[in-house]
Design a protein around this ligand. Structure first.
Ligand code: TNX
Length: 528
């Protein structure tokens, strides 16, 4: 696993080694001494310029003020595999310390950071705690892969001598999990959050309601999580998050500097609500709970005042549980509603969200109505095309890019993939990686794009093993699309950096898909 190093190498050769792509044609001597810098997402700049730092029994983690929680997270992440004490202290960094400091250059923004490794110290600086947290993810990837194990491993725990300067390209780097088609426990959602956090994702969007299940407690409409939560695709038991569980998820995400964006999908995709309350149906008759996979057949009765009381109550309670700025209103595939009626609803639901003090995100269909200031429109339907998001931009809105043929984690990788769908085609790792958000849609420029999100729909995915298989490695690819500057991204180089993630996933027991597009290394044996 560990590189053999000479004491000093010319700076150019080291930089070549660090950037790997350039090394493909580098001197033969360099190929014999690779340096272990395989970062995903690719940082803005990496310079390999010195001796490694070695963690040992005397290594301290130093941090003060708002940097302390990140320092504690770092120490807690490293202790199980390294077996080192790694005490966290407020003492200013001395030699032999990993130090996390705030107050770095304001140009680093909310999530940028500077990471400098010398033989004496590891120095992480950022303007805000989120930046320190992203720096910690980089540091994890500089350590040997076995650091990710939850049992003691032999080491040595060497960090190559590098300087990294980094900040994200887009503000919204998301992953969506559909907990409605199949229900996922709090522990499973936390696992998904942790996988996302590894790749510097900062938004986890939870698709909380759909025809098959209503998964979030609403005190003013309790039957939503009675009948409404009682099943899932295939007829399983379903489930829901009581408010305490939901808050636990939101707080866990916050410790990873990830914002949860909750989605209540309306007016379509609402069979679970319609089954729970007859009055939400135009004929006052509640349908049976639904455990199939059909879409587009259900809708709230938009002529009835009670439907809007329902929406005000639901989004009001949701807003009170949401520290972030956004509530997702869904809005997709309401195929039983006439265009004019839908457009009026789109306006009304945005106003309901605005009254809670939040901003609305909606699937692309939302843009068929007038958009409120601050609304975000999410592009997904590559079969229909992007006309609605071009319209959203014309109205001054920002766009979140989730083109199904690039970012849908529920699409099969290829014809052999046992899980998932293929309505948007196969999405192998290269499809997920090799595109540019600024040029994807004519009429949508870099400034119009708030970010990129990878949705995982779970009609065909029943447990966390299925989720891991579909998510990894594609989420790593999409996270790099959203984080790294275009001129630092190149497929051939990415393949090699991604391949180096495999031993990390093995150490974490992540059941990832071994796409034939990637030159995966042989499996490494971990200490039991
Ligand atoms: C389309 S994407 C849907 C979902 C399905 C998904 C399956 C979107 C806004 N709607 O309801 O789960 O396709 O790929």
């Amino acid at each position: 696993m560990h590189a053999r190093r000479t004491r000093r190498r010319p700076a150019a050769a080291l930089a070549c080694a660090a950037l790997l792509a350039a090394c493909a044609s580098g001197p033969a001597e360099e190929k014999e001494r690779p340096i272990d810098v395989h970062l995903v997402p690719q940082p803005v700049s990496v310079t390999a310029d010195g001796e490694p730092f070695v963690l040992d029994d005397s290594t301290q983690v130093s941090a003060a003020g708002d940097a302390v929680p990140v320092a504690v997270y770092l120490a807690e992440s490293l202790r199980p595999s390294t077996g080192l004490p790694l005490p966290v202290s407020a003492e200013p960094a001395t030699s032999g310390a990993i130090s996390l400091r705030l107050g770095g250059d304001a140009d680093l923004g909310a999530e940028g950071y500077q990471l400098d490794v010398t033989a004496e110290s590891v120095d992480l600086r950022a303007h805000e705690p989120a930046g320190l947290f992203r720096a910690v993810q980089t540091l994890r990837q500089l350590l040997p892969a076995t650091v990710e194990s939850d049992t003691p491993q032999p080491g040595p725990w060497e960090v190559p001598g590098v300087s990294v300067a980094d900040r994200p390209r887009f503000a919204w780097r998301g992953a969506m999990l559909d907990v409605a088609r199949h229900f996922f426990s709090v522990e499973e959602v936390k696992r998904f959050i942790d996988l996302a956090a590894l790749y510097k994702v900062n938004v986890v969007h939870l698709h909380l309601t759909d025809d098959q299940g209503w998964r979030i407690a609403v005190e003013s409409w309790p039957e939503l999580t009675g009948i409404g939560a009682s099943t899932e695709v295939g007829g399983g038991r379903g489930g829901f998050y009581p408010k305490a569980d939901y808050n636990d998820i939101v707080e866990y995400a916050a410790t990873r500097y990830i914002t949860v964006v909750p989605e209540i999908d309306v007016p379509g995709h609402t069979n679970a609500a319609l089954a729970s309350y007859p009055e939400l149906n135009c004929d006052d008759r509640a349908p049976e709970p639904f455990a199939g996979t059909r879409v587009g057949f259900s809708a709230l009765c938009l002529d009835k005042p009670v439907s809007y009381e329902f929406l005000e109550d639901v989004f009001g309670e949701l807003a009170a549980m949401t520290p972030g700025q956004f509530l997702h209103v869904g809005g997709d595939e309401a195929r039983t509603i006439a265009d004019e009626e839908y457009a009026a609803f789109a306006v009304r639901i945005q106003k309901i969200v605005a009254a809670t003090g939040k901003s609305a995100v909606g699937w692309q269909e939302l843009a068929t109505g007038a958009l409120e200031p601050g609304s975000v429109v999410q592009y997904w339907n590559t079969d229909e095309g992007p006309a609605q998001v071009v319209e959203a931009v014309r109205q001054g809105a920002q766009v979140l890019l989730s083109p199904a043929d690039r970012t849908y984690l529920d699409m099969k990788y290829d014809a052999q993939t046992p899980l998932g769908y293929d309505w948007a085609g196969y999405v192998d790792v290269r499809d997920a990686y090799d595109w540019n958000p600024a040029t994807l849609v004519d009429g949508v420029t870099e400034a119009d794009v708030v970010g990129v999100e990878a949705p995982l729909w779970t009609e065909t995915l029943a447990d966390i093993d299925d989720v891991e298989f579909m998510t990894i490695p594609r989420l790593s690819a999409i996270a790099e699309v959203a984080w790294s500057p275009t001129d630092r991204r190149e497929w051939e180089d990415f393949r090699l950096r991604l391949a180096a993630q495999a031993p990390r996933w093995e150490a974490m027991a992540v059941g990832f898909h071994r796409s034939p597009q990637i030159p995966w290394p042989p499996t490494v044996q971990m200490q039991p």
